[in-house]
Design a protein around this ligand. Structure first.
Ligand SMILES: Nc1nc2c(ncn2[C@@H]2O[C@H](COP(=O)(O)OP(=O)(O)O)[C@@H](O)[C@H]2O)c(=O)[nH]1
Ligand SMILES: [Mg+2]
Length: 299
């Protein structure tokens, strides 16, 4: 099973790309959110099976990066809806004048859903409007939180401003679990966060993204990293959203008129979706798995 999933995260042969890109245009959109350096870009790279995004960007924050299946060149969309070319490293692209970057990869994982890598929520230089204007386009949120200081007040405060319809469709990832050395402490942090976020997420999932990146060819280590449960939960969730068994994006109808009025915006944003009444789905309980202990890292 893990092998199948890992296989599903490889790249596609070039001749198949166009067909697939055309067949399922309206994929569920998964926004990756959390504080700066919580592992959002590392998670995107893990899911895409390649270093699509720079990690640890310290000097300048990137605007939201919206990734879809395909092989078109990347481009930026300005605040006025105008599209412009960007280079592979997004040089000169600023969070202040770019609404989002569109990025395409023929990664099999992107057949399930689009991913939107969001700027960190805690950067004092970043206006909350940057992520607020994109969140209305998301169906699902994966919130990344450092396990060593998980679910800070600042995170809880931002999450409380999100539409409650997102709660049962969103996952809380405790990243950097490798930094917590004893199994007892890892279990404790998961339990604490589960109780503090009751009803706010579908599941709390502990993961070490670094371990997952290192263990793509080793099913046992892959499972111990937490990535196996994470990828399965995510595929289950995107399937439910895609099949309509749980509702799609909440503020969609209001935003459609807004976005249609703007010339030059990406087609995918202006598309019209018939809203379905959301069905209540009970949170899936996923038991945290013990992670492999690593020797303390010196740095
Ligand atoms: N030890 C450890 N480091 C991680 C983990 N996930 C991410 N990192 C590191 O944390 C830093 C910030 O990650 P990044 O993905 O850029 O965070 P972002 O700001 O949320 O996009 C990078 O140096 C990553 O290698 C993890 O699970 N364990
Ligand atoms: Mg990042």
């Amino acid at each position: 099973m893990s092998e199948q999933i890992m296989d599903g995260m490889e790249q596609m042969p070039a001749d198949a790309v166009e067909d697939v890109a055309e067949t399922r245009k309206n994929r569920p959109r998964v926004a990756l959110m959390g504080e700066f350096s919580a592992g959002k870009s590392t998670l995107s790279n893990l899911l895409l099976g390649r270093a699509a995004l720079p990690v640890n960007v310290t000097a300048t924050q990137l605007p939201p990066v919206w990734m879809s299946f395909g092989d078109k060149p990347a481009y930026g969309v300005g605040m006025d809806g105008e599209e412009f070319d960007v280079d592979a490293k997004f040089n000169g692209v600023s969070v202040h004048d770019t609404r989002y970057i569109r990025l395409f990869h023929a990664a099999k994982f992107l057949q399930n859903c689009d991913l939107i890598d969001m700027p960190g929520i805690s950067d004092p230089n970043m206006d909350a409007a940057v992520w607020q204007r994109v969140i209305g386009e998301a169906d699902i949120v994966i919130w990344c939180s450092h396990a060593t200081q998980a679910w800070r007040q600042s995170e809880a405060a931002v999450w409380s401003t999100m539409p409650p319809e997102l709660y049962h469709k969103s996952l809380l990832l405790l990243t950097r679990m490798d930094r917590i050395l004893s199994e007892r402490d890892r279990a404790r942090v998961v339990k604490r966060v589960q109780s503090e976020t009751k009803g706010l997420f579908r599941a709390v999932l502990p993961v070490s993204l670094i371990q997952a990146l290192d263990s793509r060819d080793n099913p046992d280590l892959w499972q111990q990293s937490g990535a196996d449960v994470l990828v399965k939960s995510l595929i289950e969730l995107t399937d439910e959203v895609a099949s309509g068994s749980i509702g799609r994006r909440v503020s969609r109808m209001t935003r459609v008129s807004e976005t249609l009025a703007r010339p030059g915006l990406d087609d995918a944003i202006g598309e019209r979706v018939v809203e379905k009444a959301p069905k209540i789905v009970m949170p899936t309980r996923v038991r945290p798995r013990p992670l492999v202990s690593r020797p303390p890292q010196r740095n």
